[in-house]
Design a protein around this ligand. Structure first.
Ligand SMILES: Cc1ncc(C[n+]2csc(CCOP(=O)(O)OP(=O)(O)O)c2C)c(N)n1
Length: 329
């Protein structure tokens, strides 16, 4: 399932269909939105964006129905087939270019909710034992004295506190896989991302979502590098009194670019940087504070997260973390 399935109608049609087939449901990789409730017992996790791991993940299945997503979004590129030979693929979606370029045996250009609802009515119920459900990894223990915070600490602390209806806007390149696994989308529009790698979307995007849907709590989780591609959105959030929580994962560099360079045996030519994003936020009129300990992190979340449904002032938490050392997209 993918971004093209992210509306209440399609979610409920897909739940009906998946339950009838006792079929595991995977979220597309590098997607813009979630296409299925990620806390449902048939949710099976996130497809890899890396082709060898995608092939391995899909190898047990003889038939795959793709709904509201391309077959299959991958980045960075690697050689080879998407699936093992013999796997049959059908795709349903209302994005004509996505449907027509997908290498599938059957491609249906149609509103996914209607198709899935009708399929759920027509396919025979399957007798099968349910697949293993997806569980987020356990929260990491707080860092020992002298050890830095890591992305996992921030994401796990947020996951423990966010209400079901929160909208999480993601632009945290190297930590996206872990963000997916910890911050599950439990309601439509629970997850939002630009999904094409171009930076500069999240601060303005989160502000706009909260303006359009003032009843939804909105949190943006953004890399420090990414935040600099559209930092002036903080002025808009402050000026228009938009109560978004901006969580900056400040690892002092372009970690994903470093990891991608390493994969190719290259040394990263770009420098590390140390920009005080909290001070920048304040310069734009948005309250901002720097967080460097687990206690500060937890007490800031305890203070701010419960106010998200009703607040009319943005807040930026600039959380200093160690760069994530591996990237398996
Ligand atoms: C507009 C734009 N410019 C440059 C890039 C290349 N780029 C991709 S990720 C990245 C670094 C992002 O840094 P940060 O937000 O700190 O995330 P991290 O990798 O540390 O998680 C850059 C420069 C891009 N994707 N889009």
């Amino acid at each position: 399932m993918g971004a093209g399935a992210d509306d209440p109608d399609t979610w409920s049609a897909l739940v009906e269909l998946a339950e009838r087939l006792v079929a595991p449901v995977f979220q597309e990789s590098f997607g813009a939105r979630a296409g299925f409730p990620q806390d449902h017992r048939l949710f099976a996790g996130f497809l890899p964006a890396d082709r060898p791991r995608l092939r391995a993940k899909l190898a047990p299945f003889d038939a795959i129905l793709v709904v509201g997503a391309p077959v299959f979004r991958q980045s960075p590129f690697s050689e080879g087939r998407f699936t093992e030979p013999g796997t049959r693929i059908a795709v349903v979606g209302d994005d004509a270019s996505e449907v027509t370029r997908s290498p599938a045996e059957l491609a249906v250009l149609a509103p996914p909710a209607a198709v899935c609802r009708e399929l759920a009515r027509r396919v025979p119920a399957r007798e099968a034992s349910p697949p293993a459900p997806f569980h987020p990894p356990p929260a990491p223990a707080p860092p020992a004295a002298g050890e830095p915070l890591r992305a996992g600490h921030v994401l796990a602390a947020l996951a423990e506190r966010l209400p079901r209806d929160a909208v999480v806007v993601e632009e945290a390149p190297v930590d996206r896989p872990e963000l997916h696994e910890r911050l599950l989308a439990r309601e439509p529009l629970g997850f939002l991302s630009a999904a094409m790698g171009g930076l500069g979307f999240a601060l303005a995007g989160a502000t706009g979502v909260r303006m359009a849907l003032p009843q939804r709590p909105v949190v943006a989780v953004v890399g420090d590098g990414s935040s600099l591609y559209g930092i002036q959105a903080l002025w808009s959030a402050a000026h228009y009194r938009v109560g978004v929580l901006f969580v900056i994962l400040s690892n002092g560099g372009y970690a994903i670019m470093d990891r991608l360079a390493e994969r190719r045996g290259l040394e990263a030519p770009w420098p590390r940087f140390d920009v005080d994003i909290a001070a920048l936020a304040r310069a734009f009129g948005c309250p901002g504070r720097r967080i460097s300990t687990h206690d500060e992190l937890v007490s800031a979340f305890d203070e701010v997260v419960p106010t998200l449904a009703s607040r009319t002032e943005p807040e930026l938490l600039d959380v200093v973390i160690a760069p994530t050392e591996s990237f398996t997209p």
